[in-house]
Design a protein around this ligand. Structure first.
Ligand code: UDP
Length: 215
C-alpha cells in the first residue's frame, strides 16, 4: 500500500481542528509537509526543534522531478480541469528530460468511477501518484483508495499544482514567496473564491498555530 504525503496550509490546519472527519484523514497520513510560513515561524518561536523550512509543493515537484528523471521513478498526474494534468506532464518532462509521467487524468469524476481510475493508475506502472483535487477531496481520495493502489510507493497531494504547471495560474513574485505571503497574491488573483476563503480561515489558523504548536 502506498504511503500518503499531505501538505498543511492555513485552511488544512483550520479544518483539522474544526472537522473530526477531516482530522481522521490527516491523522492517517504518513508524512505531513509544512506548506506555509506561519507554521514554520511558529515552530521557530515555540519549539526546541523547529521546522527548517517550508515545503512549497510547487517547488518540491521540481526537486522530485529531477530525482525521478535520474532514478527512473515514474509519476501519474490526477487532478484539475480538462487536460491541465496532461499539459503539466508535457511541461515537466520538457524541463526534466528523462522524467516519465506514465499517465494523466482530469480530476472530475464520480465515486463510481474511482475503481476504474485506480486500476488505470496501477496498470500504468506508476510509482508516485500526484493528486491535485483540492482539499479535502484529495486527502479523502488518497486515504479511501490507497489499498487499491498496490505497487505504488507514494501518493502526494498537490492542490492546484496542475493549474500552475499547465501555465494557467501565474505564481507570486519571489519576494512574496520568500515572505510567506503567496496566499495574498492568489487571493488578489481570485478574490471571490480565494479571498473569502482566506479571510474566513486565516484568523482561526493563526489561533490554532499559536496555541497548539509544540515539539
Ligand atoms: N479539482 C479537481 N476535482 C474536483 C475539485 C477540484 O480536480 O472535484 C482541482 C481544481 O481544478 C484545482 C485543484 O483541484 O486544480 C485545487 O483546487 P483549489 O485551488 O481549490 O485547491 P488548493 O490549491 O487551494 O489546495
Amino acid at each position: 500500500m502506498p504511503r500518503v504525503v499531505v501538505a498543511t496550509n492555513g485552511l488544512v490546519i483550520t479544518n483539522y481542528h474544526h472537522d473530526p472527519d477531516f482530522r481522521r484523514l490527516i491523522d492517517q497520513a504518513d508524512i505531513v509537509d509544512v506548506d506555509g510560513m506561519p507554521l514554520v515561524l511558529a515552530t521557530r518561536l515555540l519549539c526546541k526543534n523547529p521546522v527548517r523550512e517550508r515545503v512549497a509543493t510547487t517547488d518540491f515537484v521540481r526537486d522530485a522531478s529531477a530525482i525521478a528523471a535520474e532514478t527512473g521513478v515514474r509519476f501519474f498526474f490526477l487532478g484539475a480541469r480538462d487536460d491541465r494534468a496532461a499539459k503539466s506532464a508535457y511541461n515537466l518532462t520538457k524541463a526534466y528530460p528523462g522524467l516519465e509521467v506514465v499517465g494523466t487524468r482530469n480530476g472530475y469524476f464520480t465515486r463510481e468511477e474511482e475503481d476504474d481510475i485506480c486500476a488505470q493508475i496501477v496498470a500504468s506502472g506508476a510509482d508516485v501518484l500526484w493528486l491535485g483535487l483540492g482539499s479535502p477531496k484529495q486527502e479523502d481520495f488518497a486515504i479511501r483508495n490507497r489499498h487499491k493502489l498496490a505497487g505504488l510507493g507514494w501518493i502526494r497531494t498537490c492542490g492546484g499544482l496542475f493549474d500552475f504547471y499547465s501555465d494557467f495560474a501565474p505564481r507570486a513574485p519571489a519576494w512574496m514567496q520568500n515572505l510567506g505571503i503567496e496566499w495574498m497574491f492568489r487571493a488578489w488573483q481570485e478574490p471571490r473564491r480565494l479571498g473569502l476563503r482566506y479571510l474566513a480561515s486565516n484568523p482561526a489558523a493563526i489561533y490554532h498555530i499559536l496555541t497548539k504548536t509544540h515539539d
